[in-house]
Design a protein around this ligand. Structure first.
Ligand code: BG6
Length: 475
């Protein structure tokens, strides 16, 4: 069998998409709490991840429906969800801590004790059910105050606030949590500057430079987490997380092949910095060409050099292609592979890309890999007798686990596979509920109505078997 006997089978969620209770027990307002739901919008065109100031102000002042404020009530109901995952033999659940539950405004000296208590109880409970928590420290939500008062990660103070927050949670929970991911999908800053950095599109005339300088702060913040964790507890493992975006050339024209090469090389930039410990020359050249001047100090260089991450976490959803596009600033465009089927949200299904990605990253870094997220959103139909016949989800997951097994057979060291998301939660991109990912159906609709009951889907029974067999039994 390709999977090790202690392989961590599980799933992944984020606090802001599941917990709800957005103003309970002292939690502050976060960037995710002001994301509205637009029932009539074309879901492929919504983009909360890049906001200008005027749109942000509209969202803050409403009135809109804000689904992430109620989530799926995980804050109150976590025992019920953890029990349901334990019944499927889950070995791990990757989840995040809500920054604004620990530091409601982000800039306080002392943490909110009620927030700390919640995660103590949650992680303790997970351990009683033999489910190992893998924790993301920052997953698309930061205290809103850090955006409105400080300008997000454009401000160096935010790096220090994050460091204080990260040290606080590492100190509190290091005996309960072994694997930590400082920042979700650190490589998506160019398209998610608001969600990842709290920066508005029109915040500054030199937007691109400010975004990459803010990214540099996140690199340094990640290295600071690693440095602190090493001193705190030698059992801790700190990861770097990428959303896999490696592409194939759209055609075999030399222009597309070249554009694809350049695109992919810049995809490696993030993990090259955090796993190899320095800025690669190709990236410095790219910044030079794009007239981006970064301020990188000697002590930061040394910090990055001395504190590389321990593992690589990858989220994998789709398979895209790159086409040469001389008129664009980058020289390329990427889009869904037209040869593949896609879901209603335009996300293509390409399991072989997972084999290629895992193998490529392994060959490049030789560092342990975890699949931090993998899944596809579908509209499920709940039958009158509370069944969900989701053979499409079984097909998707089976094909991706087979691709992962192939990469392991070919040498990759993979220690965990987390599906996104094991039970239905609010969509990150569209804030809707009907884009469902779970093995467990959560009876809540787009407007937050429903019984809240949990129903096991066909895919849940199937995944339970996969875990029990430590892999696909049809191999
Ligand atoms: C990942 C994010 O990129 O995509 C998750 O880390 C997100 O937070 C997932 O939920 C799926 O995206 P969406 O928009 O379908 O929820």
């Amino acid at each position: 069998m390709p999977f090790k006997s202690n392989f961590l089978w599980g799933g992944a969620i984020a606090a802001n998409q599941a917990e709800g209770a957005y103003d309970v027990d002292g939690k502050g307002l976060s960037t995710a709490d002001i994301q509205p739901f637009f029932p009539d919008a074309d879901p492929t065109r919504l983009n909360f991840n890049q906001l200008d100031r005027a749109t942000f102000n509209q969202y803050v002042h409403g009135p809109f429906d804000y689904p992430k404020r109620h989530g799926v009530h995980f804050y109150q109901d976590y025992r019920r969800y953890i029990d349901a995952l334990a019944a499927l033999n889950f070995k791990t659940l990757r989840l995040s801590i809500a920054w604004s539950r620990i530091f409601p405004r982000g800039d306080e000296a002392e943490p909110n004790q009620a927030g700390i208590n919640f995660y103590h109880q949650l992680f303790d409970y997970m351990h009683t059910k033999h489910i190992e928590p893998i924790v993301t420290i920052f997953h698309y939500e930061m205290p809103l105050n850090l955006v409105t008062t400080y300008g997000g990660w454009a401000n160096p103070k935010v790096e220090d606030f994050f460091d204080h927050y990260a040290r606080t949670v590492l100190t509190e929970f290091h005996h309960l949590v072994h694997y930590w991911i400082p920042i979700n999908q650190i490589n998506l800053v160019d398209r998610e500057a608001f969600a990842s950095l709290g920066i508005f599109k029109d915040q500054t005339p030199n937007y691109e430079e400010v975004v990459y300088q803010a990214l540099h702060r996140q690199f340094v913040a990640s290295a600071r987490v690693k440095q602190f964790a090493t001193q705190l507890d030698s059992n801790l493992r700190i990861g770097v997380m990428l959303a896999d975006n490696l592409t194939a050339p759209q055609t075999c024209s030399p222009e597309d092949i070249h554009a694809n090469f350049e695109h992919n090389r810049m995809q490696f930039f993030y993990s090259d910095v955090l796993l190899r410990g320095h800025y690669p020359t190709y990236a410095l050249q790219w910044f030079y060409k794009h007239k981006i001047q970064l301020n990188i100090t000697q002590s930061e260089r040394e910090l990055l050099r001395d504190n590389p991450a321990d593992f690589l976490a990858i989220s994998y959803y789709w398979a895209n292609v790159t086409q040469a596009s001389p008129a664009t600033a980058t020289g390329w465009q990427t889009h869904a592979n037209p040869k593949l089927k896609a879901n209603r949200w335009g996300w293509s299904i390409g399991p072989d890309g997972l084999y290629i990605a895992v193998s490529t990253y392994w060959d490049r870094y030789q560092k342990p890999i975890m699949i931090a997220e993998n899944g596809l959103g579908f509209e499920d139909q709940l039958t009158a007798d509370h069944q969900i016949h989701d053979s499409y989800r079984i097909d998707y997951t089976r094909q991706h686990i087979a691709a992962l097994a192939e990469a392991i057979d070919a040498g990759a060291d993979v220690f965990a596979y987390c599906t996104w998301a094991p039970f239905d939660i609010i969509s990150a991109g569209t804030a809707e509920m009907k884009k469902r990912y779970g093995f467990i159906y959560v009876d809540i609709d787009d407007n937050g109505n429903g019984s809240g009951n949990l129903y096991l889907k066909d895919s849940g029974k199937w995944y339970q078997n996969v875990i029990a067999n430590n892999g696909l039994n049809e191999r």
